[in-house]
Design a binder for this molecule. Structure first.
Ligand code: CP
Length: 315
């Protein structure tokens, strides 16, 4: 693996998932990354991605440097040919070039603004690093995707499934803030490569991009979609069609035990952080069907598998 931008960097998803599950089973430190440095830049907050990726790198013997780039770094300019006489002190060309001198792998988190779809899809911050860094770049959640989360989700479903082809339902749920489509986008892309029966359910106006959905069925009736589900993946996202807007906060979409009763005793997943009793009811999160903690635990081994493959490719 040369880099980890998204699903296009994964040759064989099932093989990568198996490797991550094997790393989890072994749960031991390796020396492959000795003398190598992972540099992580966060333009947005994180708990799981930051700590699990740091842990993964350390399990591989790597050194880790982390920077809250939005608060501690110079304001970056991304435009080619910009006359930098305003508030931007450093150009992405120098920033990425210099970081490539200090780090063997650079990992970046940069969320979308959710105001301008075209601008967000250009993914200026994350793709700026992929363009100008001379070392491999890893996606810690960009404007349009969260592939480390999706690899974790593929791993968790593989690990916990009791049938060959489980039904996986991605359901929208309400949230008071406008959230990116990154997590559902990547989940859908990864599930489309798995042997699962994937269904998406969301209110009208919340359909994900057609480029992502492809032929995946979308139901605007949540109860119909949840029928016989083996896994229910709960997530809020803002509208793609009416870009970045909150069109509904309808509590009827909150996942509670009544909804769970429609499923095949489904395991309930969420990438976290989750707003209790808005997105998912306490009774579900505290019940035995919730696997959100185990899911978050798998983040370490998904990240370890990705970093290991990049290190192996650059030996
Ligand atoms: N799921 C996830 O990416 O969590 P963080 O935002 O805490 O990293």
């Amino acid at each position: 693996m040369k880099k980890y931008i998204g699903i296009e960097d994964v040759n064989d998803l099932q093989e990568l998932v198996s490797e991550a599950l094997q790393l989890k089973k072994e749960n031991s430190a390796l020396s492959l990354g000795k003398g190598k440095t992972l540099g992580m830049l966060f333009f947005n907050p994180s708990l799981r991605t930051r700590l699990s990726t740091e842990k993964a790198a350390k399990l591989l013997g790597m050194d880790v440097m982390v920077m809250n780039a939005d608060k501690d770094g110079w304001a970056l300019e991304f435009e080619d040919g910009a006359i930098m006489n305003s508030n931007k002190a450093e150009h992405i060309k120098e920033a990425a070039g210099v970081l490539s001198q200090y780090c063997d792998i650079i990992a970046v988190r940069a969320f979308p603004g959710l105001e301008n779809r075209e601008k967000d899809e250009a993914d200026q911050v994350f793709l700026g690093f992929t363009k100008y860094a001379t070392v491999p770049v890893v996606n810690l959640e960009s404007a349009t995707g969260h592939p480390l989360q999706a690899l974790t989700d593929a791993m968790t479903i593989t690990e916990m499934s009791t049938k060959k082809r489980p039904k996986v339902v991605l359901t929208w749920a309400p949230h008071p803030r406008a959230l990116p489509q990154s997590v559902p986008n990547s989940l859908v892309e990864y599930m489309q490569k798995m042997d699962v029966d994937l269904v998406i359910t969301n209110p009208e106006g919340y359909d994900l991009s057609k480029d992502v959905r492809k032929d995946t069925p979308v139901y605007h009736d949540q109860e119909k979609a949840l029928k016989d589900a083996d896994f229910v993946y709960v997530k809020n996202w803002s509208s793609y069609e009416h870009y970045g807007k909150i069109l509904s906060e309808n509590p009827a979409w909150t996942v509670d035990n009544k909804k769970l009763g429609l499923t095949n005793d489904a395991k309930v997943m969420h990438c976290l952080p989750v707003r209790r009793n808005v997105v998912i009811a306490d009774e579900v999160l505290d019940g035995e069907n919730s696997v959100v903690i185990q899911q978050a635990g798998n983040r370490t081994f998904a990240a370890q598998a990705v970093l290991k493959r990049i290190l192996e490719n650059n030996k």
